[in-house]
Design a protein around this ligand. Structure first.
Ligand code: HEM
Length: 207
């Protein structure tokens, strides 16, 4: 789970940095997207790798849930939640919601069937016009908030799996995980917000 989580983390980081180029204007992001698609072998290799990681991440989640259930087959009479955080308790909710978001996101910005003004080559306008619909932006921002709580707990769990859970290091790891969650949320949410508020103007060619 930690290994596939780390690989997915890497993808999300690269994806965030790549997408933030939307603030550099249509040419920057459209050239970047074209470059990514220019070598189909690499593109499809990365897509299959990602798919395998998502599949294994879900599989190990199911295995972990089974182990947890076996360890305590009867539920607690009263749950105190003394050592857990809201992020950790909602992992089983945020995970499937993120999976549902990815399906919609692919139809919206990659396949285009959920985008009325989709263009194969103009990723900038796909984003700007797509996010000008308030409920689309709201859905993205909610999904990003869940993703970031998931990532935040994921970072903490990863350090724990690697054996770094120690009274000396844990507070620093927690601070780092919180900062990561906030930073990624700010980065992802900035794009729909900028399109909604007009900070990202529509590209003249598509008007
Ligand atoms: C505001 C947030 C996001 C924006 C603006 C965004 C933007 C985009 C765009 C424009 C594409 C299409 C690129 C192209 O066709 O050239 C894309 C594809 C994709 N995005 Fe996102 N994305 C966001 C968040 C996410 C998140 C959080 C995930 C994963 C958890 C994700 C996963 C993907 C995947 C898997 C693809 C398909 C890549 C491919 O195989 O072509 N995206 N995204």
């Amino acid at each position: 789970m930690a290994a596939t989580g780390a690989a997915l983390y890497l993808f999300v980081t690269v994806h965030l940095l790549g997408n933030l180029q939307v603030f550099l204007g249509p040419d920057a992001i459209n050239h970047y997207a074209a470059a990514l698609k220019s070598v189909p072998e690499i593109l499809w290799g990365a897509r299959l790798g990602l798919l395998a990681c998502v599949g294994l991440h879900i599989l190990t989640t199911v295995q972990l849930a089974r182990i947890n259930n076996k360890a305590r087959p009867t539920a607690y009479a009263k749950k105190a939640n003394s050592a857990s955080t809201a992020a950790s308790r909602t992992m089983y909710l945020s995970g499937p919601t993120i999976a549902a978001f990815i399906v919609y996101h692919l139809l919206h910005l990659t396949v285009g069937s959920a985008h009325p003004q989709f263009s194969e080559t103009d990723v900038y306008s796909n984003m700007v016009f797509g996010f000008r619909v308030w409920w689309v932006s709201a859905a993205y921002i909610i999904a990003m908030a869940l993703l970031c709580t998931h990532l935040r707990h994921g970072v903490q769990s990863m350090f724990q799996s690697l054996g770094f859970n120690h009274p000396k290091h844990s507070p620093r790891i927690q601070k780092f995980a919180n900062a990561v969650g906030i930073l990624y949320f700010a980065g992802f949410a900035s794009m729909p917000l900028a399109a909604l508020t007009g900070i990202l103007p529509p590209f003249f060619e598509r008007l």
